[in-house]
Design a binder for this molecule. Structure first.
Ligand SMILES: [Zn+2]
Length: 256
């Protein structure tokens, strides 16, 4: 709908994004983490200032999702979802919370991932509300906590949907995708594998069982399996699964 796009005031959109970037919301799982509470308050008052309802959805102490609603004409419900937390700021070469604009780009932690998405959603709601335009569906913006570490925010939202307390007919999740529409992505399975041996003195290895050697065999087996079996499990959009062995630790706990 080209018409609606023309309604968006880019300067106002930039201002909302700047506000969001200037509020630190590093996930508290990181050493310099602030948490999402300030951004949650911003989103809540954003809706309230438009005369719209916004509800806090507690996830854990001091960490709430916020769900704001722009009522529509029909009975359908559209969910727009974006996370409020960011990764940490260590190693950044720009002021993480300065939100400086240079050559048409805004710089800061979360400017792209994913405060830009949240700003776009808020600007869309504000534009429709201020113009008195009533969308065909009820539009809900869910700003959630903890995407960068444990996904507790969106998990809480999913719990409410599963339990029937919330109902949405369609959802759009904001994430940096270079403006491509992504309709599928890979999941993840994480395994922790322990291999136990039998301790022996290093001068008589034959009297023990070397767990490190067994693990080495297991790692090679997994790698072979990944090379031979995974490529056939092709998904038309995401491609084949991949396997990554990312940490290995070992030591003999005692020697005799
Ligand atoms: Zn993200």
């Amino acid at each position: 709908m080209a018409g609606y796009r023309d309604w968006i005031d880019k300067e106002r959109l930039t201002e909302i994004l700047r506000d969001l970037v200037r509020i630190p919301s590093v996930n508290p799982g990181f050493p310099d983490g602030h948490g999402e509470a300030e951004v949650a308050r911003y989103v809540k008052s954003f809706f309230e200032e438009l005369g719209l309802k916004a509800e806090m959805q507690p996830v854990e102490a001091g960490r709430d999702n916020v769900i704001g609603t722009l009522p529509g004409a029909g009975d359908a419900h559209l969910l727009l979802e974006a996370h409020m937390d960011t990764v940490q700021t260590a190693g950044m070469s720009v002021d993480p919370f300065g939100a400086a604009v240079k050559d048409g780009r805004l710089y800061g932690r979360g400017a792209c991932d994913t405060k830009a998405s949240l700003a776009a959603m808020l600007a869309a709601v504000e534009t429709l509300a201020r113009r008195g335009a009533v969308p065909a569906a009820n539009v809900h913006v869910a700003a959630v906590v903890d995407e960068e570490i444990m996904y507790r925010g969106v998990a809480k939202l999913a719990e409410h949907i599963e339990g029937g307390r919330l109902r949405y007919d369609a959802a759009i999740v904001g994430e940096p995708t270079n403006l491509n529409v992504i309709v599928a992505h890979k999941g993840v399975v994480r395994c922790h594998i322990d291999v136990h041996g039998v301790a022996a003195h290093s001068s008589t290895p034959e009297s023990g069982v070397n767990a490190i050697e067994h693990m080495a065999e297991l790692v090679l087996y997994l790698k072979r399996m990944a090379q031979t079996e995974l490529p056939a499990m092709l998904h038309p959009l995401t491609g084949a699964p991949t396997l990554c062995i990312s940490m290995i630790q070992g030591a003999s706990l005692r020697t005799r």
